[in-house]
Write a protein that binds this ligand. Structure first.
Ligand code: DC
Length: 650
């Protein structure tokens, strides 16, 4: 299973150019295909769901061309029903392709087979099929009644009259009917049965149809009259707005992570209902501003986001983002009227509840509600994404709580936003890590500790963890080659660092871990993968704001490969032996320079040859040779680099 580890973030600020709207992209493609004339589409979304629509249109005899690698497409409309009268279409999990194409094909007088991924075959389409059957369409559900796959056959379509469709499961059924009915050429009235959900998506459909020359009369949200004799005509050029649902993650990032974060591509004039997510954020106390083509969000003037209790039926997709924003609110939050979540890419109500609990939240999942209470402290977790792009994007926000988070199967964002994680990295600011690796006795401990103190950052002396494991093992009578026992010992190591002292349970072991015996033991246990793995997360937990200086040989390679600054701190073997000699003399301990030299040479060779986490200078590490430098000079050198890279003020 592929995964992406997001580090804890300090905050978020910056500007994001949004990809095109999925809802608009797939509607415009279909309308352009059914139109008379050619349509130039600008800024089309490039994603899996749009690719499914493009592939289907080509298979149905619609010619289209992409302008090089750009997001601009030209579609040659067929001016009526599809010319290809027999086709098999695979539509993945793209509801915005599957539903509208079902209606358009049912009225195209051919024989078509339509299928998708297994999840698509669990997503209902029965209400749409029923409506089309009222018109005379011949549609068979070849698996379960009411669900894809579908088999469509030529049929005599009744002309005109009234057709009814349910509106309380998915608004896409109504969208599909609306867009297809002009193919009949006669006036048809649609009556919506049940309370229509997700109304703003119907508004998008009507707006785009009218741009293509078909004006639908509507009475409230219950009756829609598609006029007779109407046919689609290309408006020439259509610009696709940025995706307002995709905007929600960045606006939330601004509201949670300080901000301001600005999204470009949607704004005050957007036809997408999800821009109203910004209003919801404002109710939570976020500071929102808007222009024609941009929206910006920043955190409340002071304090956390306000707890909320909101009916979110009008923004079902962006509402998921609020479920995660609830982790950052000052009290329990309730999301209402979101039953449609159950029939989306996954059962989003169940998925959201399960994954929020992993982060430590208390969650009540109702039939159509979700109540989320944030934990006192977010818990790092591996988030499953259920092949649902929005799960992946939503949970990236957890990192803004200073909590690392693993996103399983991150590529699921390709459905609507292939560049999502790159865009997120463009605004989210990771807790900076300075990783100082280097050989034994190079002075890296002293330098690292002093750099941390000067910056007011956290400090991790990773070597001491291996020393502690060795010491604890010796005390517990565990053999230093018993990998399994050492691994579980390391996993539950009762070590604490406080006030410059090191504790094992209630024992002050500050000096005990510095003895030669502990050193030798540490280097023995440090080669065991079970021990290293057991200490992996423990070391990563040291990463918290405002920053971390981490010292030890695999800090920059294994534990914090994304460290903002990597230093390889070394010194000639003679200089190191000399320093060790002086230290031992100061402590009144016996010392022999020849022995120390030989000892260090052997240790270097062993460390460099070690199979697990060998000592090495990484290509992206800065070399700091302290043979001829004082500690003060070495510290100043590192601090200059830290400040020069903008990792700390000063
Ligand atoms: O840096 P030190 O001398 O305190 O390290 C003690 C031992 O642990 C030494 O053998 C190197 C090993 N070590 C390691 O393998 N990985 C680290 N990140 C730190 C230390």
């Amino acid at each position: 299973m592929e995964f992406l580890d997001l580090p804890p973030m300090l905050g978020a600020a910056g500007t994001v150019r949004l990809p095109g709207s999925k809802s608009i992209s797939n509607r415009v493609l279909l309308l352009a295909a059914l139109s008379e004339g050619e349509t130039d589409i600008r800024d089309l979304l490039s994603s899996d769901d749009v690719d499914r629509m493009l592939d289907a249109l080509r298979a149905l005899g619609v010619a289209w061309q992409r302008d090089g690698d750009s997001l601009n497409y030209r579609v040659v409309g067929v001016g009526g029903p599809f010319p290809v009268k027999s086709a098999e279409l695979f539509l993945g999990n793209a509801g915005t392709a599957f539903r509208p194409l079902t209606a358009a094909l049912a009225l195209s007088g051919g024989e078509y087979r339509m299928s998708g991924v297994p999840r698509m075959h669990e997503r209902p389409i029965g209400d749409l099929v029923d409506a089309l059957r009222q018109l005379g369409a011949d549609i068979t559900c070849t698996g379960n009644e009411g669900f894809p796959p579908l088999h469509l056959k030529p049929a005599t379509i009744r002309s005109g009259g009234v057709v009814s469709v349910r509106g309380d499961v998915s608004s896409q059924f109504l969208t599909a009917l609306l867009m297809a009915l002009p193919l009949t050429g006669v006036e048809t009235t649609i009556e919506v049965v049940g309370e229509l959900i997700s109304k703003p998506y119907i508004a998008i459909t009507l707006e785009l149809m009218s741009r293509f020359g078909v004006r639908v009369e509507r009475e409230g949200w219950a009756r829609f009259v598609v006029p007779g004799g109407a046919s689609y005509r290309s408006p020439g050029t259509v610009y696709v707005e940025g995706d307002a649902s995709s905007a929600s993650y960045f606006l939330a990032a601004g509201a949670i992570g300080g901000g301001p974060v600005r999204v470009e591509g949607v704004g005050r004039d957007s036809i997408q209902g999800d821009v109203r997510f910004a209003e919801a954020l404002r109710q939570l106390g976020a500071r929102i501003s808007m222009g024609d083509n941009w929206i910006e969000a920043a955190a409340p003037e002071e304090g956390r986001l306000r707890a909320f209790d909101l009916d979110l039926n009008h923004i079902p997709d962006a509402a998921m983002t609020l479920a995660v924003a609830a982790l950052f609110a000052d009290g329990p939050c309730t999301l209402r009227n979101i039953a449609s979540w159950r029939v989306k890419e996954t059962d989003r109500l169940a998925a959201m509840a399960t994954e929020l609990r992993k982060i430590g939240a208390e969650v009540d999942e109702g039939a159509d509600t979700l109540r989320v209470s944030a934990p006192a402290k977010l818990v790092p977790a591996a988030i499953d994404t259920y092949d649902d792009h929005r799960m992946a994007m939503c949970f990236s926000l957890v990192s803004l709580g200073g909590c690392r988070v693993r996103i399983n199967d991150p590529k699921c964002v390709n459905k609507t936003f292939p560049g999502y994680f790159a865009s997120f990295a463009g605004v989210a600011r990771p807790v900076p890590v300075v990783a100082i690796d280097g050989p034994s006795a190079s002075g890296k401990g002293t330098v690292a500790e002093r750099v941390a103190a000067a910056l007011g950052w956290n400090y991790l002396d990773s070597g001491s963890l291996y020393r502690l494991v060795a010491l604890a093992a010796t005390r517990a009578g565990v053999k230093l080659d018993d990998e399994a026992a050492l691994g579980s010992l390391a996993a539950g190591l009762p070590a604490r660092f406080a006030g410059g002292r090191v504790w094992l349970d209630d024992d002050d072991v500050t000096d005990a871990i510095r003895t030669e015996a502990s050193s030798a033991g540490a280097s023995q246990v440090a080669v065991l993968p079970a021990v290293r793995n057991a200490l992996f997360d423990r070391q990563r937990d040291y990463r918290s704001g405002p920053g971390l200086v981490a010292e030890g040989r695999d800090m920059g390679s294994v534990i914090f490969p994304d460290a903002a600054l990597k230093i390889f701190l070394t010194a000639s073997v003679e200089a190191r032996a000399d320093r060790r000699y002086k230290q031992l003399m100061e402590k009144g301990l016996p010392a022999n320079i020849e022995n120390l030299l030989q000892d260090l040479r052997q240790r270097d060779a062993r460390d460099a040859a070690r199979a697990v986490a060998p000592l090495q200078k990484l290509p992206d590490a800065v070399l700091l040779d302290t043979s001829d430098r004082s500690v003060d000079e070495a510290v100043a050198f590192v601090l200059d680099l830290v400040r020069g890279r903008g990792l700390a003020a000063g």
